[in-house]
Design a protein around this ligand. Structure first.
Ligand code: ADP
Length: 271
């Protein structure tokens, strides 16, 4: 894939191989993600999804190939410059739990602060606005350790919103959430895309949510792109059964008209 002049900021992965020491986890991955799109990475456990997301965040480096933002390799940006453009939410976040929600959200301004690191009026206003957008303003003076999992997740998203990046990268943000909170996080991501023009890149195991929200779905299998395209193109029964190694029942969701997948328990499978 060649880097072509592009109207919008975008992330491009070209011939990427990456891994840990001698262990190659990702092999020859190529894809492009536009700002203002919702891009979901799915696939079985241990197949390289988190590693790919970390490569997109500039935290893990290519052994071969490149990851570029607007055509410039991620390693040509310093940490602060990259943090102004890409926010990364790992699966679990170690935070100083005695901090209040407002303090945690304000941390999102760090890459934008001047030499002395003081917050200005504008930073405080952006934190209030980000808390309002993610519906955590009523929690602003509570400490993080006093919050539920769903609330904490929204606070961390709020911090990322406050960071004002072009791309927000999230690693399984809905995996510990109940159904209402899952849909709330996904709706929030959809609003970030529509109202702020952010690119949302998410690792998710939930193919049914992915089918309803993703503009582009990337299915990773054994470190390679098994399929890349719209959810309806990617979520093909035979392909999924081969990749996940289990029987699946695939139908059309009466809610969204998208593909809906149910894994079939062994007792219902013949042969
Ligand atoms: P997934 O997100 O699809 O579950 P990961 O990207 O987390 O997969 O992991 C892919 C492979 O890389 C796994 O075999 C895992 O054990 C290995 N791996 C992940 N992180 C590290 C690390 N920090 N050091 C060494 N190996 C790792």
């Amino acid at each position: 894939m060649k880097d072509l002049p592009h109207q919008k900021p975008y992330l491009a992965v070209t011939g990427l191989s990456s891994g840990y020491g001698d262990h190659e986890v990702l092999t020859d991955i190529s894809l492009a993600i536009d700002r203002g799109s919702f891009f979901i990475i799915a696939g079985p456990n241990g197949t390289g999804k988190t590693t790919l997301l970390k490569c997109l965040a500039g935290l893990t480096h290519p052994q071969k190939g490149s990851v570029t933002l607007d055509g410039s390799p991620l390693n040509s940006f310093n940490q602060r410059a990259l943090a102004r453009r890409i926010a990364f939410l790992p699966q679990s976040v170690e935070t100083a739990f005695s901090l209040t929600v407002r303090e945690v959200v304000l941390m999102g301004r760090a890459p934008h602060l001047g030499m002395l690191g003081f917050h200005k009026e504008k930073d405080l206003a952006l934190a209030e606005e980000a808390m309002s957008f993610t519906d955590v303003l009523p929690l602003a003076d509570r400490t993080l350790d006093a919050l539920s999992g769903g609330e904490k997740q929204r606070v961390l998203i709020s911090r990322a919103v406050c960071q004002q990046p072009e791309f927000i990268l999230l690693d399984e943000p809905t995996s510990a959430l109940d159904l209402a909170h899952q849909v709330r996080v996904m709706d929030l991501m959809e609003r970030l895309k529509h109202e702020r023009g952010m690119g949302v890149v998410m690792v998710s195991h939930d193919l049914n949510l992915a089918a309803m929200y993703a503009d582009t779905l990337c299915l990773i299998h054994q470190g390679k792109v098994a399929a890349l395209g719209t959810p309806s193109d990617v979520l093909e029964k035979k392909r999924l059964e081969a990749v996940y190694g289990c029987r699946l029942f695939v139908e059309k969701s009466p809610v969204a008209g998208t593909v809906h997948i149910t894994p079939v328990p062994a007792r219902f499978t013949t042969s």
